[in-house]
Design a protein around this ligand. Sequence first.
Ligand code: COA
Length: 282
Amino acid sequence: MSVSCFRPDVLAGRVAFVTGGSSGINKAIARRYLEHGASVFIVARDQARLDAAIGELAAAVPEGAARVGGYSADVRDLAAVTAAAEAGAARFGRYDMVVAGAAGNFLGAAEKLSSNAFGAVVDIDLKGTFHTFRACHAHLAPRARLIAISAPQAAMPMAFQAPACAAKAGVEMLVKSLAVEWGGLEGVRANAISPGLVAGTYGAEIFCKVAGEQALVAPQPVPRLATLEEVADVAVWLASPLTDYVTGQVIAIDGGLTLASALGGSFAAAAGPALQAAARRP
Ligand code: COA
């Protein structure tokens, strides 16, 4: 495993349910959980990609075959996600961590989007997150950790992504609502991770193809893409005993992307060197 600042057994004996687990950030989280001792049950739509990811994850850790399982389901379908949650619970007993990461997004002018196009993104991102937590609720371990994967779009309006902006804003309020409703006596902790541009993901690929990586990261205070491991380590932290007192929060790991506002970011990118030189003039 790559370097980790967590004890390798920090999640020993825990079980995670991870939607969207056949690729990108969610697969990286599943792997990081496995590397720290957990078992994982991943959910994805495409059976072939799901099977490939199960094989890859199982081969990556000792006793992987016994610690990795999965189920093909579309998170838009509550009955299918419920069947997945039941299958994973039948195999592993209960869920200590539930990661709602399945997402869909595309670039499209708002005035041209059909209702179905807008609905597809909202149904995957927002309703899919609700379905995931709803389906797992009956199988949650005491003090279970719910983690939704949000995005900077929740806080930062972006052109040509109205459905994703609206859906991810909803995801963040859903997490806060569940932190309140299922906290207290039930003991659930619910948080969101908001990753910026992450190398090796479909999202970064579509944005970089259109706008170019350098231009995209230039306005960020940390002007580079994140690695999958950096984001996955936030999910380990949110599953660890370190965060028992953290709930209803959105943890941004975005290189400061959400600090680089449309005006501030483009201004800094255009005038950065000149401004810095002027500001530093004795
Ligand atoms: N621009 C405009 N409309 C689009 C579109 C695009 N690029 N892609 C899909 N749509 C519309 C479709 O036209 C359809 O609307 P219609 O019935 O009015 O024609 C609606 O969205 C549903 O499309 P469909 O292809 O049936 O949906 P799907 O359920 O197979 O997949 C996505 C929808 C969003 C998941 C698809 O874009 C996808 O597979 N994306 C790749 C995975 C991804 O987004 N990962 C997460 C990255 S953050």
